[in-house]
Design a protein around this ligand. Structure first.
Ligand code: ADP
Ligand code: MG
Length: 256
């Protein structure tokens, strides 16, 4: 088995004595598309906060190993910006695109490193960057709306643009929080296809509530169930769904 690209071991995070994350162990392998589910308050967003440096664990280790056979990087010592620079990108639940800028400019501004801001200031992009942006626009199905102001896009399209912006920064690891929230069924399905197409090239963790979407994107992958800040169970969608404990704490309560 390959080495995890991202691992969290025995991680605990408390807020005023309340254990939002409790002795959590999590291993993400290169190219994986992992789905994380769990009831509200299970600790999913806090987990992303810890992986991205937005919050620091009280105890435990979080390590990033993008290159096999080289020493892992201790993420608990780094800030949000440093972690992002290492290739761990996060998409928050609410899209935050620049509404007054076009779709294309939003992508330019997200290009890796200072190149994006520089290029957009001087209206210059080399042909490689242009090709990359064209490919990204097609990937997120916004090529025919490249000149639209982002504020005019539908909610689903804004989510796709933001995924495109995340990809423009060339992350190895993508952390995606509830991408299907507020989308139509059709948009949700397309989002699933998009995420499936990104697996392999990227290592991806998706937090999601919509069970038909979870089923779609976990077709080849694993589902992790978080409950009270720990992993309750992990496995194929069907196994997780029929697990008695999972039914008890989550699915059985009529959530989606
Ligand atoms: P999820 O994303 O799974 O719904 P969260 O990670 O947002 O859950 O929250 C887990 C628990 O930690 C909740 O009980 C929440 O109230 C608590 N929590 C999260 N962030 C904070 C914070 N900054 N201060 C206090 N409590 C928090
Ligand atoms: Mg959350």
């Amino acid at each position: 088995m390959s080495h995890p690209i991202l691992q969290a071991e025995d991680v605990t995070k408390t807020f005023d004595g309340f254990r939002a994350i409790n002795a959590l162990n999590f291993y993400l392998f290169p190219g994986e598309l992992r789905t994380v589910i769990g009831p509200n308050g299970a600790g999913k967003s806090t987990f992303f906060d810890l992986l991205t440096g937005r919050a620091k664990p009280d105890t435990g280790g979080i390590e990033y190993s993008p290159v096999p056979d080289t020493p892992a990087t201790d993420l608990t010592k780094l800030n949000e910006y440093e972690i992002q620079r290492l290739g761990i990108g996060r998409k928050f639940q609410t899209p935050s695109v620049f509404a007054e800028h076009t779709v294309f400019t939003n992508l330019v501004l997200s290009l890796k490193g200072p190149r994006g801001v520089f290029a957009s200031l001087f209206h210059r992009l080399d042909s490689a960057a242009r090709d990359r942006l064209d490919a990204l626009l097609k990937l997120v199905r916004l090529d025919d709306k490249r000149h639209w102001k982002a504020g005019l896009l539908s909610h689903g399209e804004k989510q796709w643009l933001e995924i495109g912006m995340l990809l423009a920064s060339e992350p190895r690891v993508l952390l995606v929080d509830e991408p299907a929230a507020g989308m139509t069924d059709e948009e949700t399905h397309r989002t699933g296809e998009l995420l499936l197409s990104l697996a392999g090239k990227h290592s991806i963790v998706v937090v999601e509530h919509d069970m038909s979407f979870v089923k779609q994107i976990s077709i080849n992958g694993q589902v992790t169930v978080l409950h009270q800040g720990s992993v309750l169970c992990e496995g194929k969608f069907d196994d997780v769904q029929s697990h008695p404990k999972v039914r008890e704490v989550y699915l059985g309560r009529g959530k989606n």
